[in-house]
Design a protein around this ligand. Structure first.
Ligand SMILES: Cc1cc2nc3c(=O)[nH]c(=O)nc-3n(C[C@H](O)[C@H](O)[C@H](O)COP(=O)(O)OP(=O)(O)OC[C@H]3O[C@@H](n4cnc5c(N)ncnc54)[C@H](O)[C@@H]3O)c2cc1C
Length: 448
């Protein structure tokens, strides 16, 4: 049937670029909404494997539950019951925020898990959907048209370039998004990077490696997220994989990438450099860092962009890190990407049958997604930056005030580590992006 006579929104040809958390979540959300023609193109030859953990807050667990993949995730993840913010140098607790009732309060738990568990569960969900076709080892080279029908050029690893036409293109191609760069160029603007000045080590320690040390084992067996803070640096850590792996992720001044002339994002790092960055942290932290085998230290540059003027052009929308990359200090980056996909599936489902070939309706519908998501995501990106600044304060009045606020945490309902702050948790965790999309769609569409 030629597409010009299409009468069912579920027959729209949905092309997703990138199979990260955003792309997998988007593809699955469209399949669950009944869409029948979803193609996912991914540059890597498989899902890839980042040896790192991830926090999965209740707002994203709500979406993952609707997508039918939460049970598989919960089977391995840690159900977090509290967070402890400590002085890096002494291990002294600055604040302890109990989170015993997150599930009761928000309907879903706050989990920490292995990235491969989250990505694998989403992928398993996708594989059960005949509507979703994966094309690995296939890179998007360029978008030749954004409207009315997006056309794209792909280059498979072992073959010649080919062209694809879509009805809607959803670009979840990450921080280095080709689509974003081209979209902004077409709109006569550029996508400027904002220097965060920060880089991160990511470390995973096994139960076997920690078994000799009772203090370490206590961390591994806990249901607690621990953050050790120091001037310009911190380490956040939590158990994953049924308490068999302890995941540590840090943030420190970026000295290795700042001078680099190319756009490198990760690098093998030196263990002695890592130990010297955290030289004044307490013996417990040192013992853990010392467990990392030489040659297995990896450092990530933490990158963000200045807010974009728009996420949508023609029949193309950006998703996840492609449009709102964030510092990790609020643990919401992947959560936001997965929520984006769920919101897109809701709004696109609402395109009326007689408007399926009307480019203006498609653009306006995608703009509703942007109106729903951009203010929320921008606020969280700013909050993550702000939280990092406060966590990394050096000696002085501002730090004294911060530590006083940490001490009062129970009374004020607010702590300076915004991730752990009950008031911020309430704002983010109670957000039901799918419900909001359904409630707000008509009103927002009418404003365009
Ligand atoms: C240290 C650290 C800790 C973090 N902790 C958390 C956390 O606890 N909780 C949380 O929610 N978030 C966290 N995040 C953020 C989270 O990892 C990201 O926000 C999220 O993974 C973004 O997903 P994405 O799908 O948008 O992009 P990506 O995961 O980057 O996926 C993009 C995909 O597109 C593919 N691609 C790129 N270009 C092309 C092309 N031209 N053609 C085809 N394919 C292409 C890439 O190969 C990749 O697979 C953390 C981030 C860091 C750095």
């Amino acid at each position: 049937m030629p597409h010009s006579t299409m009468g069912d929104v579920r027959d729209l040809r949905i092309v997703v670029v990138g199979a990260g958390m955003g792309g997998l979540g988007t593809a699955l959300a469209f399949a669950k909404r009944g869409f029948r023609d979803i193609s996912v193109y991914e540059n890597a030859s498989n899902l890839g494997f980042v040896g790192a953990g991830i926090q999965m807050p209740p707002n994203v667990m709500r979406v993952l539950h609707r997508l039918g993949v939460s049970a598989e995730i919960e089977a391995e993840a840690t159900d977090v019951k509290g967070t402890s913010i400590r002085k890096g140098s002494t291990n002294e607790e600055l604040a302890h925020v109990e989170m015993p009732d997150i599930r009761e309060k928000y309907g879903f738990p706050h989990l920490t898990g292995h990235r491969s568990n989250l990505a694998g569960s989403l992928y398993n969900g996708c594989k059960k959907e005949p509507a979703i076709k994966f094309h690995f080892a296939t890179a998007l080279v360029k978008v030749t048209s954004f409207s009315p029908k997006p056309t794209l050029v792909f280059k498979p690893r072992d073959g010649p370039e080919f062209q694809v036409e879509a009805d809607i293109l959803l670009a979840s191609d990450g921080i280095k998004s080709v689509t974003r760069t081209q979209m902004l160029a077409e709109l006569g603007t550029v996508s400027e990077e904002e220097d965060t000045g920060q880089a991160a080590y990511r470390i995973m320690l096994t139960r076997e490696e920690m078994a000799h040390d009772p203090e370490m084992l206590a961390l591994l067996d806990s249901d607690t997220v621990v953050r050790w803070v120091g001037e310009k640096r911190h380490i956040i850590a939590y158990p994953v994989s049924n308490h068999n792996i302890y995941n540590l992720s840090s943030a420190q001044p970026d000295t290795h990438f700042a001078a680099a002339t190319n756009a490198t994002y990760t690098t093998k790092a030196s263990k002695s450099d890592m130990l010297s960055v955290y030289h004044d942290f307490c013996p417990l932290v040192h013992r853990m860092l010392n467990l990392v085998p030489d040659g297995e230290v990896c450092e990530w540059k933490l990158r963000i962009h200045k807010p974009l003027p728009t996420w949508v052009h023609g029949s193309v929308a950006l998703v996840g890190d492609a449009c709102h990359p964030t510092l990790p200090h609020l643990s919401q980056g992947a959560a936001m990407a997965i929520e984006d996909g769920a919101v897109l599936a809701e709004v696109v489902s609402k395109i009326p049958a007689d408007k399926l070939n009307d480019p203006e309706t498609i653009t306006k519908t995608l703009k509703v997604y942007e109106l729903l998501r951009k203010p929320h995501c921008s606020a969280l990106v700013d909050l993550a930056t702000h939280s990092g600044r406060v966590l990394h304060l050096g000696e002085g009045k501002a730090k004294e005030e911060r530590d006083r606020l940490f001490k009062e945490n129970g009374k004020s309902g607010s702590v300076p580590d915004k991730w752990a702050s009950p008031d911020v948790q309430k704002m983010i965790y109670s957000n039901d992006c799918v419900k909001e999309a359904n409630e707000q769609f008509e009103r927002l569409f009418a404003t365009l």
